[in-house]
Design a protein around this ligand. Sequence first.
Ligand SMILES: NC(=O)C1=CN([C@@H]2O[C@H](COP(=O)(O)OP(=O)(O)OC[C@H]3O[C@@H](n4cnc5c(N)ncnc54)[C@H](O)[C@@H]3O)[C@@H](O)[C@H]2O)C=CC1
Ligand SMILES: O=C([O-])CC(=O)C(=O)O
Length: 329
Amino acid sequence: MAQVPVNVTVTGAAGQIGYALLFRIASGQLLGPDTPVKLRLLEIPQAVKAAEGTAMELDDCAFPLLKGIDIFDDARQAFDGVNIALLVGARPRTKGMERGDLLEANGGIFKPQGEAINAGAADDVRVLVVGNPANTNALIAQAHAPDVPAERFTAMTRLDHNRALTQLAKKLGVDVTEIKKMTIWGNHSATQYPDIFHAEVNGTTGAKAVNDEAWVRDEFIPTVAKRGAAIIEARGASSAASAANAAIDHVYDWVNGTPEGDWTSAAIPSDGSYGVPEGLISSFPVVSRGGRWEIVPDLEIDAFSRERIDASVQELSEEREAVRKLGLL
Ligand SMILES: NC(=O)C1=CN([C@@H]2O[C@H](COP(=O)(O)OP(=O)(O)OC[C@H]3O[C@@H](n4cnc5c(N)ncnc54)[C@H](O)[C@@H]3O)[C@@H](O)[C@H]2O)C=CC1
Ligand SMILES: O=C([O-])CC(=O)C(=O)O
């Protein structure tokens, strides 16, 4: 294990996702059991003490792969030399806040973080934005990091993907491992489109195996798309451990590749595929090969799917327009 440690920066480190995420990174689940890591935690000044507490607990685990923990309240320092950037900290929507206000408040976070990544990140930096609105926050950060290849900025829809796998598996009474090629299209929001027409289950498609369009339309899609709100309702707080789990899955697959014969979902910059305007950070069916995400090409999109993909992509276009008007792009 003479390998140089990989620098992993986590923003919002003292938050609830941070707490569920850091121990898994340090134990080797993010990058694999042979890759040592150094953690660089970014928090706002008021939460630095809490982050220090988490760092004490990380020390107390004596993880063999953890080669250092540094805590910052300054983005330039936190992203200096970063290889993997997990942008979790964001401004949550509070009462009375309009979508425009939320985008503006997050612009104040993701613009300077993009600039800091541009200034100091390692050449191989990979960025995953978790903090909501994740797709558009990723777009803002990317816009302020012109020296970093655009494809290195991604947003998380893997939690939606994993939610969709379990909902379909439960409906069919099969194991989640029997379902391949699930897809989430569009925005990580209630407009997202979980697509089972291309999913494969024991030699047929997910849609054919279910054979019930009303269930797909009225139960499956809304259950997956509104699962975040349902968790908040039940738990009194938003998904944390499942979100951290999805972040681990996203980065692990990005670095190590997706399995043959399957694909996953990630929000990545559009190359114009499937009618998604170029540059929007939208969720697609993707494989990871040679450390890069590739959009799965040439899938047939029927009218049912087309309408839903277009609606979610339309929302992303509107968010892009809104942040453009705010001068954030
Ligand atoms: N993409 C996805 O699937 C999911 C996204 N989320 C989003 O993830 C984000 C974090 O969720 P939680 O950890 O539950 O929230 P949280 O409120 O528990 O933690 C957020 C942390 O970010 C910190 N923070 C705020 N501004 C910061 C800045 N400028 N730099 C560094 N840190 C900063 C806060 O001090 C806080 O400790 C939220 O935006 C949430 O909506 C949550 C679940 C799933
Ligand atoms: O809605 C939220 O804040 C949490 C979220 O993104 C999710 O659980 O998908």
